[in-house]
Design a protein around this ligand. Structure first.
Ligand code: AP5
Length: 222
């Protein structure tokens, strides 16, 4: 039988590089990337009932209420592609209530990765971040600008990527980080995210690989 697919959870402050690393993780492991931030931004853009409700929270940099995000996430993770390919949770859980909801639903990650980045670096990353509306690819005007001038011209900036709103997002992250860390104590691994993207990814890949080896060994013992 095929080995079970990976179940990965990535956490970290705003602009710590979660989205950037998720692109590498998806390329290597073929898992389904589930970003609650991306899902909520799509809901806002499409003016759905959820989007209308979430918009004011997101615009101010605050968290969207737990019940809304939990039901959105549970619906998405129950889809067939996640069972087949495995999943990569990005930006969820963000509160103790969200973490408990996952565990209660038996949605259990094999690896929990936290990217640690210094506050001044985070703020510089936030204000320089841009994305390509056509491909969804993330760039940074200083650290990783696109080489194609056409792409450069069409880049957009998120409305919550100002220094002022990033400070609100950061505060909310620190308020909840401890309870998330406590929840996943045994599986959680911290990574220094201040380094080059490729170096950060190489650490992530070795954590995921060893968690998969462990999981397969456990399965063989059954
Ligand atoms: P969300 O979209 O999850 O935003 P976030 O957590 O603030 O994270 P970001 O997307 O800002 O950053 P990232 O870590 O992905 O960094 P990136 O790779 O882009 O959430 C947005 C909002 O949605 C929340 O505020 C909330 O309102 C709501 N929400 C979402 N989930 C929720 C939940 N579960 N519950 C309640 N509300 C929820 O990198 C940033 C920049 O740095 C880029 O420009 C990149 O190119 C650059 N960069 C990345 N890595 C490096 C590196 N190693 N070196 C140099 N530059 C780098």
């Amino acid at each position: 039988a095929n080995p079970p697919p990976p179940h990965i959870l990535i956490s970290g402050a705003p602009a710590s590089g979660k989205g950037t690393q998720c692109e590498y993780i998806v390329n290597k492991y073929g898992v389904v990337h589930i970003s609650t931030g991306d899902m909520l931004r799509a809901a806002v853009k499409n003016n759905t009932a959820l989007g209308v409700e979430a918009k004011s929270y997101m615009d101010s940099g605050s968290l969207v209420p737990d019940d809304l995000v939990i039901s959105m996430l549970k619906e998405r993770i129950a889809e067939d592609d996640c069972a087949k390919k495995g999943w990569l949770l990005d930006g969820f859980p963000r509160t103790a209530v969200q973490a408990e909801a996952l565990t209660e639903a038996k949605i259990l990650p094999d690896a929990v990765i936290v990217l640690e980045v210094k506050d001044d670096v985070l703020l510089e990353r936030v204000v320089g971040r841009r994305s390509d509306p056509q491909t969804g690819k993330i760039y940074h005007i200083k650290f990783s600008p696109p080489s194609d001038p056409e792409v450069l011209n069409r880049l957009t900036q998120r409305s919550d990527d100002t220094e002022e709103k990033a400070r609100v997002r950061l505060e909310s992250y620190y308020k909840h980080a401890r309870s998330i860390a406590d929840h996943y104590e045994s599986t959680l691994r911290k990574i220094d995210g201040n380094r080059d993207k490729a170096d950060v990814f190489s650490d992530i890949a070795s954590i995921v690989d060893s968690s998969m080896t462990e999981k397969n060994d456990d399965d063989d013992d059954d």
